[in-house]
Design a protein around this ligand. Structure first.
Ligand code: MN
Length: 259
């Protein structure tokens, strides 16, 4: 398959390089178009107020001889440019491998997942893949995550292509031998507590740093539970955010008779 590969950690991050090289080694044709720097947690932002540049990165960081482009925009900008300017014939979009998980409600913040969503909006099947490593972990099993993704594509590629699937994949930060298997999951619940850190600058004035401690609801069938138990979670997602039961409720309340 011809696969547009992007991420939100930047074009020189190890996760995207290992992913693109694994796709190439396994018979796919990757074309990388990714942000020139880290753009994690920018969500689905696209750049409308300034020009964008796109340039080819020759040689160097990637092995395999496939094309690699950087762009000075967001992950979603990279997908738009990638599919219109660089690789219109891509069979699908793969985003990752993200440094850190994109579980539960991380989906809405994630540049990694949003890039896959953009691919989906533009008519391509798309898949986001993230490694469940913590910020202080120094050992990253990107190779195991890339291998998990390659196996998902082997089993599912016709299904992915014919159904236009959008999948969110999270991989435990374990060696390939230690990963227990794969689980088809639903989006779980993760709540961040104490999001705001209030600190003081050298002049004694307050500044704020948003982070938060994740608290997971480990409910059966969820992505957070599967990954916590050492499984690769594969969550099919869709972009229709309509809450259908509320349509009738709002009509019954007489909303449509207002004028
Ligand atoms: Mn990231």
């Amino acid at each position: 398959m011809k696969i547009l590969v992007t991420n939100d950690d930047g074009v020189f991050a190890p996760g995207i390089r290992i992913l693109a090289e694994a796709l190439s080694e396994n018979g796919h044709s990757p074309v990388v178009v990714a942000p020139d720097r880290e753009r994690s947690s920018v969500g689905h932002a696209i750049t409308l107020t300034r020009p964008l540049r796109l340039w080819n990165i020759e040689g160097g960081a990637y092995a395999g001889g496939f094309p690699v482009y950087a762009c000075d925009g967001t992950p979603s900008d990279s997908v738009v440019l990638g599919l219109e300017e660089v690789c219109p014939k891509a069979d699908m979009v793969v985003s990752g491998i993200n440094r850190g998980p994109n579980l539960a409600d991380d989906l809405t913040y994630s540049g990694t997942v949003s890039a896959a969503m953009e691919g989906h909006f533009l008519g391509k099947p798309a898949l986001a893949v993230s490694l469940n490593c913590g910020p202080s972990e120094t050992l990253h099993h990107y190779d195991a995550a890339a291998s998990a993704l390659v196996r998902i594509l082997e089993v599912l590629h016709e299904t992915i292509l014919s159904n236009g699937l959008l999948l969110n994949v999270n991989v435990p930060n374990l060696s390939r031998e230690s990963i227990r298997g794969f689980r088809v999951t639903r989006k779980g619940v993760r709540i961040y507590r104490e999001k705001v850190n209030r600190l003081n600058d050298p002049k004694g004035r307050a500044y704020y740093w948003i982070s938060g401690k994740p608290e997971d609801a480990l409910s059966p069938g969820s992505d957070v539970l599967a990954v916590s138990e050492g499984y690769v979670s594969v969550t099919p997602i869709h972009m229709d955010m309509t809450h259908f039961p509320s349509i009738d409720m709002l009509r019954d309340r007489g909303l449509e008779s207002l004028h």
